[in-house]
Write a protein that binds this ligand. Structure first.
Ligand code: PMV
Length: 330
């Protein structure tokens, strides 16, 4: 099944129509997975082997403005980006699936580093799908937009909502049952801390790393059952606001995902010496009685999971940590 077939099926007779506005702008938060998406059953449509569950990072994310000006230009945080760069190609390939003929320009503002394992593609493709929906006045539902965002980048399907979001793997070959849904629970004093160890773009894309894990890791066959177990536990932890349970399962899930990467061939590790040093610190802090846990995506940066009351002692150990309160104001 091709991406364009799915897009045509979702847009129906709106497919191929011209933009109705001169420009459109939309914001989407980035999200970090507490139970990871790692492995595709269909690489063309970004259909996952397992479900996954994330938390959105509120004000951290991407604003995409699309202009109908016939220029085909891209800027990211005010800097022009080459259309032939890998970023430019990925963007234009995606939008040409919807409308191959209209020259559009894109002005992208992001407060997260692109490609450094902070899920910039998640907020990028989610904000792009939202902005396209406005520009063409498609009036799609969030479920349909989640499918369109997923076609751009798998984890983007979870970035259309705030709070906890679950992506159901689905089983249909066309992926019409593979989209995200928000969970109703809020957890006001839950905090996420971002420890940046590098802003550099990752050396191995998550796409390639996942593919290697599925094909070559001797442990991949145990991943789906680990995810099934972790999802049940994480939902229970969210329901009962049980931080030790949430933290333990999220950390174990991330370490298992990285064990898949490190046991693949050719081998690879997303961690830097600073990543491992921070992990060791977190483990000793826990032994000293501080309730703090971490997760790690396809990059060297860690995201810490803790409660508001742990913030002060934690900032003494990690003074540069950026703090996000995903449920503030909810
Ligand atoms: O959506 P992608 O292709 O950028 O892959 C995301 C992979 C992880 O961030 C490591 C896991 C996840 O569920 O977001």
């Amino acid at each position: 099944m091709k991406k364009q077939d799915i897009i045509k099926a979702i847009l129906g007779n709106r497919y191929g129509k011209s933009p109705v506005l001169p420009s459109a702008t939309a914001f989407a938060s980035t999200n970090i997975a507490l139970c990871k998406y790692w492995g595709k059953r269909d690489a063309e449509l970004n259909l996952p082997i397992t479900p996954s569950l994330s938390i959105s990072l509120e004000q951290k994310g991407t604003t995409t403005e699309i202009q109908v000006n016939g220029l085909n230009r891209i800027t990211v945080n005010g800097q022009p980006i080459e259309n032939r760069s890998s970023f430019g190609k990925r963007l234009f390939e995606y939008v040409s699936l919807f409308d191959p003929n209209e020259p559009l320009s894109f002005h992208i503002q992001s407060n997260i580093p692109i490609g450094a394992g902070l899920a910039s593609s998640a907020s990028g493709f989610a904000s792009l799908a939202l902005a396209l929906n406005q520009l063409y006045n498609w009036r799609l539902t969030l479920k349909e937009l989640s499918i369109l965002a997923r076609i751009g980048s798998g984890s983007a399907c979870r970035s259309l909502w705030q709070g906890f979001v679950e992506w159901e793997a689905g089983s249909n070959p066309d992926g019409m049952d593979s989209f995200a849904k928000p969970l109703p629970q809020i957890w006001p004093d839950l905090c996420i801390g971002v420890l940046m160890h590098s802003h550099a773009e990752k050396k191995l894309s998550s796409r390639e790393a996942m593919n290697r894990s599925v094909k070559t890791s001797p442990f991949y066959s145990s991943w789906p059952s680990k995810v099934a177990h972790d999802l049940i536990q994480i939902k229970q932890a969210i329901q009962s606001k049980d931080l030790p349970l949430l933290g333990q399962i999220a950390e174990s899930n991330a370490l298992a995902m990285h064990a898949l990467v490190q046991s693949s061939w050719p081998p690879f590790s997303y961690s830097l010496p600073q990543t491992l040093e921070a992990m060791q610190k977190i483990w000793s802090l826990r032994q000293e009685g501080l309730e703090v846990y971490f997760t790690q995506d396809a990059g060297p940066n860690l995201k810490l999971i803790f409660m508001e009351q742990t913030l002060t002692p934690l900032l003494q150990v990690f003074p540069h940590m950026e703090v996000i309160r995903p449920f503030v104001g909810k």
